[in-house]
Design a protein around this ligand. Structure first.
Ligand code: ADP
Length: 763
């Protein structure tokens, strides 16, 4: 019988297997197609003898495998997938090619075998294979089970021949060997060989594994030892720490309760495992407890004379301030028990509040703690966070105490007027607990948890604005105002304090450089605009640094005296004008006076009006109180329009009041009379000289009420060249504070009712 032939060279197939291909080879497709079309769908699969040829009949074997196409599928990318079942050995002869396909004559092979022999060999083979599998970990026991299920020796030998990892050449031998017993015998040999190989491999593996294990073991042991010794080391570090803590605790001055608490904490730390995440927190807490000055006190200087001397050395003038401070200290010394109020220094920036507070500390020989509470809106900043809070710390008060390292320092609390209140709490009330003598002997910080005695602390607060200090705090404060300085006071401060300090800083002496008075005054007038002397100090230092540099570069020898011209040389063009009020007369423009962080300043107020419905427009970043002042002024004028000689038309005009420099916020009632005057000047088209200024609150009846910050305002007016100021009669006593040199230059008109101004200016 003729049968198509398929040549397969990549693998050696045996009966009782499957052959799967996927191909787009045209010849092969043609062959598969032909097989599919045939009745029997059968094919003889052969392996060419040389393992390569596909077209050389001489290399085609005489034995092939009778197979049948069991499955065919066209898959995407135009390939054919086919599966053949391979069944039995057949003889093949007379190969010939027809239409591109080889055909051969096929004859059945008959396998004869004695049943007993078959069983014997089957058992032998399976046993042998079982042993082999034992050494080859890659062969699974499932395979062994499958083989045990094979009944014929022929099939068993074929399966084994296929499974064993032997060369293709050897496999072919098994395929072409028709005597089953010989196949079995050979396979037994083969298995033995394979087994000894596998055993060898297995032994080697085991040895290598042992070696590796040994190495591993050593490695692990070493790692273990390392870890243990690290642990031991850490333990000893911890032990060391505990020893140190205990020593510190012995020396710590504190009460029994605190001591017990620290002892407990050290014990807790001692028993905590070194991997405990709380360890750091415990350490931090113990550190804090051990470093607070629970009962450490410094001894005060008690001689008032001595204290005064130190204050004088550090600070020029402000004699009444110093006097009040001395009184305060005297009272404090006298009556230790009595609740003494907290000092609060109030004044514009740079007038020396903070430095005075430091000097008080120095003069008493106390340590100094200093915090700023400006912008604080969280009470935890004052009293700390509870320890359960991540990153918890004590509040600023105890932080300050730790830095001060004594429990009776001078404690400066800056910017007490700039605390804020929101949902996170009210820091002012926490601060109250700190400042209140009744409560502060057992001040409770949330982190520290043990009461700390603050009753020996001398608190000094500073602020810029009295009105902005929280009411409840203000009650506890002994308020001392430090006013802004006149230019002559600044001159003195510069000569006696700032210049020597600045010279010292750059390593010069008064023998090498001095400043003429006119130079200092010109710096004050044309290069600074401030209530205090902070900028003045900075600028003096700047000039001195430039002189030192020039000298090092060899450009100049030291100047003995710096005059006005040198000032301009070092500082460049003047930045501010001073006293240059050219006499102008304007309608609807009147100078008010304001109290700003730079001290006093002149605040021109402008008015205009036009046909409208009687509306009032106010611009220039005015606060509520100032807007109301504008409304009061206008109502007062409208109510008395006949007395003021203004026509009825005023009722149907829209009126616009503007206060220039719109970016600067302005508020307060003190512009009342200036607003009124600007309105009248505008309505009556009467000029007001620009050398006049006025300040005072106005009522609907035209009464003029007292205002605050007069000294600053007058100093501001003075530097702006104002020659006449209207002010409330009620402020008369404040004029006593005004330096004579200013009183000589400015005429003050005290008024209690607006009509007085009207008469003076407009009639
Ligand atoms: P404040 O706290 O009021 O803003 P500072 O205390 O910081 O002001 O003072 C600013 C600078 O001015 C400091 O260097 C200070 O020594 C100096 N100063 C202020 N007033 C005087 C004064 N009366 N005498 C000497 N130096 C002063």
């Amino acid at each position: 019988m003729k049968i198509p032939v398929m040549i397969v060279n990549e693998v050696v197939l045996f009966p009782n297997t499957e052959y799967r291909i996927e191909t787009n080879d045209k010849e092969l497709e043609n062959l598969i197609h032909t097989i599919e079309e045939s009745d029997t769908r059968s094919v003889a699969i052969i392996h060419s003898l040389d393992g390569e040829s596909r077209d050389d009949v001489l290399s085609f074997p005489s034995i092939g495998i009778y197979s049948m196409l069991s499955f065919k599928l066209m898959v995407p990318n135009s390939k054919i997938r086919a599966v053949f079942g391979c069944y039995r050995r057949v003889y093949l002869s007379n190969y010939e090619k027809i239409n591109g396909i080889y055909y051969a004559e096929m004859k059945e092979v008959e396998e004869k075998i004695d049943k007993q022999e078959e069983n014997r060999y089957s058992t032998l083979l399976l046993r042998s294979y079982e042993k082999y599998v034992h050494y080859v970990s890659s062969v699974s026991n499932a395979m062994l089970n499958q083989l045990s299920g094979i009944l014929s020796l022929s099939s068993l030998t074929d399966s084994l021949a296929m499974l064993l990892p032997i060369e293709i050449k050897s496999k072919k031998k098994y395929l072409y060997e028709l005597d089953v017993v010989v196949r079995a015998k050979n396979l037994l040999e083969q298995l033995k060989e394979e087994m000894s190989l596998a055993k060898l491999e297995h032994d080697i593996d085991e040895k290598v594994q042992k070696e590796l294990d040994k190495e591993h073991k050593e490695y692990f042991l070493k790692a273990r030892i390392k870890a243990m010794s690290a642990e031991l080391g850490e333990e000893s570090v911890k032990e060391n720490e505990i020893k140190k803590y205990k020593n510190r605790l012995k020396k710590l001055k504190c009460n029994r309760k605190v001591r017990e608490r620290i002892k407990d904490e050290i014990r807790r730390y001692e028993s905590a495992s070194s991997s405990s995440p709380e360890l750091v927190m415990m350490k931090d807490y113990i550190e804090w407890m051990l470093s607070l000055p629970w009962e450490v006190m410094t001894k005060d200087v008690t001689s008032l004379k001595q204290i005064k001397k130190t204050l004088d050395e550090k600070h020029y003038g402000i004699d009444d301030v110093k006097l009040r401070i001395l009184e305060y200290i005297a009272v404090k010394q006298n009556s230790k028990k009595e609740r003494s109020p907290i000092l609060c220094l109030i004044g514009p920036p740079g007038v020396g509040k903070t430095s005075l507070a430091y000097s008080i500390g120095e003069s008493l020989n106390r340590k100094i703690a200093s915090i700023s509470v400006g912008g604080i809106n969280d009470e935890a900043e004052i009293v700390g966070h509870r320890r359960t809070y991540i990153g918890a710390l004590p509040g600023r008060i105890l932080q300050g105490m730790k830095k001060a390292s004594s429990n009776n320092p001078v404690f400066i609390i800056d910017e007490i007027d700039k605390m804020r209140k929101d949902m996170r709490g009210d820091p002012a009330s926490s601060l109250l607990e700190v400042l209140d003598k009744e409560q502060n002997s057992h001040f409770q910080d949330h982190y520290i948890e043990e009461a700390f005695d603050l009753s020996n602390v001398m608190f000094i607060a500073t602020a810029n604005y009295e009105e902005q200090i929280p009411m409840e705090l203000k009650d506890r404060l002994e308020i001392i105002h430090i006013p802004s300085y006149t230019e002559y006071e600044k001159l003195d401060i510069a000569k006696n304090y700032l210049i020597p300090k600045a010279l010292d800083e750059v390593g010069l002496t008064t023998l090498q450089v001095t400043f003429s008075d006119s130079a200092i005054l010109s710096i004050v007038r044309y290069y600074t605009k401030e209530a205090g002397v902070r900028d003045l100090g900075r600028i003096l230092s700047k000039i001195l640094r430039k002189i030192v540099r020039e000298n090092l570069e060899g450009d100049t020898v030291f100047l003995r005296e710096i005059g006005e011209e040198q000032v301009e040389k070092y500082l460049g063009k003047r930045r501010y004008t001073f006293y240059e009020q050219e006499e102008k007369k304007q309608i609807g423009v009147v100078n008010g006076l304001a109290y700003t962080p730079f001290g006093g300043d002149v605040l021109p107020i402008e008015v205009t009006y036009y046909q409208g419905k009687g509306n009032l427009i106010l611009t220039g970043s005015l606060g509520d109180v100032m807007r109301e002042s504008g409304q009061i002024a206008l109502s007062y004028i409208k109510a008395n329009y006949l007395e003021f000689n203004i026509g009825k038309w005023v009722f149907d005009r829209d009126i616009h009041i503007h206060v220039p420099e719109g970016a600067v916020e302005k508020d307060g009632p003190s512009a009342g009379i200036a607003l009124t005057t600007a309105l009248i000047s505008s309505f009556r088209k009467k000029e007001v000289p620009s050398s006049i200024a006025m300040t005072g609150e106005i009522t609907l009846q035209g009464r003029i009420l007292a205002i605050g910050g007069l000294r600053e305002k007058i100093l501001g007016a003075y530097r702006a060249g104002i020659k006449k100021i209207y002010l409330p009669k009620e402020n008369k006593k404040d004029l006593e504070e005004i330096p004579d040199e200013i009183k000589e230059k400015i005429a003050f008109v005290l008024v209690s009712n607006y009509q007085e101004i009207e008469k003076d200016l407009f009639s």
